[in-house]
Ligand binder design. Sequence first.
Ligand SMILES: [Zn+2]
Length: 253
Amino acid sequence: MLSTQAKEALGPLFPILNKVRLQFLRLKLAGNKVLCPCCGSKYSEFAPFGDSRRKNAWCPKCESLERHRLLWMYFENKTDLYTKPHKMLHVAPETIFMSHFKKQKNIDYHPVDIFPHLYPAGTQYFDVLNHNEPDNSYDVIICNHVFQYIEDDKTAINNLYKLMTPGGWGIMQVPINGKTVKTYEDSSITDPQERLKAFGLKEHVRYYGLDYADRLRAAGFNVRVDDYTAEFSEADNYKYGFWKGDAIYYVSK
Ligand SMILES: [Zn+2]
């Protein structure tokens, strides 16, 4: 899987090249040692992913990564997402979830982003920092891997809190540096290469530490930092291609 910039640079060629690559990987990784909960496919292992060629990471059928597969099972087994009526706001909608959520009769689904053209058809324009939606509009809010791109993450988190109905819940994942407690940010670092070094990606404006939950709590959310991977054996963590210890940030109001 390539970065957004690389996809844009390849233009119309990207979907074709990606399809060929995925077909090749499906053949190369034929087997039954791992099972993707998102698409039900089995392989000898998941494909490597990213610049570091992280092992057992990328499903060559549905393109899920570790975090998608973990959340997929979390939604099914740990939330009422599929068992009660919900009005859901999904910011920066992951393709794999979007196609699934759209099909659910109990979910009044609203996929949104500030760059809707980068997401599947049906995604509406929405600026988390500046919108006109009334308070208490959504009882489920999913907003994953968004805040690390936003300078004023405090306003973004506050706005999502206001949009959530009392009794509602959400998932708000960000990349976390598990080795540090304190979030690292420095607004004087603006050069893309310097940001890459400091925050892990050229477009990121900070690298959250373990104090990320405090930022969510400061907005008013109740926060449960849930290590769902701990409920699985070593063998099952491998089988589903999870990233062991990858905590889920479950918020509620
Ligand atoms: Zn899959």
